[in-house]
Design a protein around this ligand. Structure first.
Ligand SMILES: [Zn+2]
Length: 87
């Protein structure tokens, strides 16, 4: 089965090299971030179709597709780390 790394490589080939698909910044395999267009927990797969290459700044600043549920999920995950339940 193809890995996320393979998906990123394939995406880079399809889009003409390692660069950010949002701002066009030149990247390398090391610096390119594989962005899941559909979140994994929403059924998004580690496939080239679900992969978009991003630079760190774009990935960080991209808040448009962070849903309330997703934020809630993250907060709950952090809460569980900070305050593990006693039982
Ligand atoms: Zn960028």
């Amino acid at each position: 089965m193809a890995s996320w790394k393979d998906a990123k490589r394939q995406r880079a080939r399809q889009t003409g090299g390692w660069h950010c698909e949002k701002c066009g910044k030149q990247l390398t395999e090391r610096t390119a971030i594989g962005h899941h267009k559909h979140y994994q927990r929403n059924g998004g797969q580690d496939t080239v179709d679900n992969c978009e290459l991003r630079c760190g700044a774009c990935e960080k600043s991209d808040g448009h597709n962070v849903s309330i549920e997703d934020l809630d999920y993250r907060v709950k995950r952090i809460e569980r780390m900070l305050f593990p339940s006693e039982d």
